[in-house]
Design a protein around this ligand. Structure first.
Ligand code: GAR
Length: 197
């Protein structure tokens, strides 16, 4: 089994599915947690026979209380790595200092950080956007970049069509990055991530 991955997801869970469909990454995923009760990702996890639990943000007094309950759940699975697969909440610094964390983001960071990356890229009129997988640090969508790939914007794109093509890239980059981590092949040196042979 080796390294243990806990996945955090808020949405439909297509990136979680990509992790579960990846030949070597799948066996490392030990649990899925969400900030939303009915996240599709939780259904996918349960379908795969994995522990799946929501820690809803709204049930708590504030971010600190919510984050400490989430951290308590994460800790029970003793992960080596957290993967944010469409997780739409900001984690406090204590989280990412405790566990190495990968995030997938639908733009070529540092362009368009935040929750509306695809919409913002279209509004800006860029001709190229893409997907980024990066280590999470204490700032939003900011940590050292593991993998990036460009996706051209088409003349007739809307948010759904562009996001679908970006997600097809995410589904490849995220499991590959998690796999490299599990094999001990990612070396972080400041802002730079080297892929070891
Ligand atoms: C993904 O496209 C991911 O890049 C995005 O949420 C989507 C979740 O889809 N994340 C962000 O925007 C983070 N800032 P999924 O639930 O189908 O994996």
């Amino acid at each position: 089994m080796g390294k243990r991955i806990v996945v955090l997801a808020s949405g439909s869970g297509s990136n979680l599915q990509a992790l579960l469909d990846h030949e070597s990454t799948a066996e490392h995923v030990v649990a899925v947690l969400s900030d939303r009760n009915h996240a599709g990702a939780l259904h996918r996890a349960a379908g795969a026979g994995l522990p799946a639990q929501a820690v809803p943000f709204g049930d708590h007094q504030g971010r600190a209380e919510w984050a400490s309950e989430l951290a308590a759940h994460v800790a029970t699975y003793a992960p080596d790595l957290l993967v944010l697969a469409g997780f739409m909440r900001i984690l406090p610094a204590a989280f990412v200092e405790r566990w190495p964390t990968l995030n997938v983001h639908p733009s070529l960071l540092p362009a368009f950080p935040g929750g509306r990356a695809v919409e913002s890229a279209l509004a800006w009129g860029v001709k190229l956007t893409g997907a980024t997988v990066h280590f999470v640090d204490e700032q939003v969508d900011h940590g050292p970049i593991v993998a990036q790939e460009a996706v051209p914007v088409r003349e007739n794109d809307d948010e759904a069509s562009l996001h679908a093509r970006i997600q097809a890239v995410e589904h490849r980059l995220l499991p590959e990055a998690a796999d490299l981590f599990c094999r001990g092949r990612l070396a972080v040196e400041g802002r730079h991530v080297r892929i070891l042979p």
